[in-house]
Design a protein around this ligand. Sequence first.
Ligand code: ACO
Length: 425
Amino acid sequence: MAQLIIGDKTYELPILEGKCGPNVLDIRKLYEQTGLFTYDPGFTSTASCDSKITFIDGELSVLMYRGYPIQELAENCSFLEVAYLLLNGELPNLDQKKEFDTHIVHHSLVHEQLIHFYQGFRRDAHPMAIMVGVVGALSAFYHDSVDIYDHKQRELASYRLIAKMPNIAAMAYTYSIGRPMVYPRNDLSYVENFLSMMFSLPSEPYKANKVLVDALEKIMILHADHEQNASTSTVRLAGSSGANPFACISSGITALWGPAHGGANEEVLKMLHMIGSKDRIPEFIARAKDKNDSFRLMGFGHRVYKNYDPRAAIMRQICYEVLTELGIEDDPLLQLAIELEQIALDDPYFVERKLYPNVDFYSGIVLRAMGIPVTMFTVLFAVARTVGWVAHWREMISDPKQRIGRPRQLYLGNTSKHFTSLYDR
Ligand code: ACO
């Protein structure tokens, strides 16, 4: 129990203990008892829910999905096994895996009418803009999976979202370059299917390179969940009002798109191109430190990690593997990134603020080497994160404590104003 003293009154606040990580001060009755709100813009000290899905220790570089270290999952699992784990709490056995894979495979087609949606977009639209629209539109097509209080419908919506997302994403790309849309194939794995839908032509099917498929599988596992980040919290907040799952996931895509969040992988690559050569690194480091300059070192820093992002360490390794496989280990962008990372890690500004590379720092270099277009980087992130969003949405809906999310505010606006007519103002 913690004690809060305000004036001559003392209030008792329960302290809740998690399985690991900081304990939590339970302030649910604070307003009722004291008439006070707490103030925490950016939620730096606020736990918005309890969860059993993902745990991060930002000081010790720990990331676990359902208790399993991310390193073990990335090394040993397929993306769909990890999806099953995040959704259901445990890794699947052989039968469960077979059943889950079958559900996903059999929901990968989209309604033909949905395909016509794409023609309404400009060809030069950012694929994330298309994703927001098309995923939101799924609720107009799948009426039998929008009742959030029906367990079976929630399950069906989960399969549909996870299964259709690569198809929807690939169509956003093929549409933008004027290629025919490619249907999913049931004989391919989730990741191979995505690559096939992105790069196959009717005249020439795409033959995936095993090393690249394995790398993409790992990349997707690394991006599958990250506890209550901005996009997941957005999904939870939207879902807390009872909104349908497709609309909620679309709102997550919107939040993910921002350069401070999932959009950073695209921005890292733009930044490396802008820097151009190693001799210009000091100039950009100086700009990143200058408070009068809006430039930030993209792919650096994290709200939770105050140490190396464990995903970035794995991503760095994947980067070497992919570039070696492709025979481009001396890729100038990779060399520039390595040098930039070292200079930043030795700089007191970054050291004092505990700013380390995050997952996005190396992902752009790998994805680009694999032939994924830059505008598709964040889309790929959204495909992988859909699993995490769905897992959190389901956890929230099944939580009996769940209420509509409704933060309060500290009002600093005008008071006591009175109306004057238009002509007297
Ligand atoms: N470059 C330069 N300075 C930075 C950077 C950066 N990338 N990141 C943080 N800082 C500085 C801030 O200016 C601030 O300095 P101050 O204390 O002197 O004012 C201090 O470090 C703390 O930064 P905040 O912005 O308060 O940290 P916050 O937790 O709010 O932001 C964020 C985290 C958004 C990730 C930030 O580090 C950032 O903008 N990074 C670049 C974008 C990026 O890579 N985003 C991807 C995150 S991972 C993901 O979402 C998948």
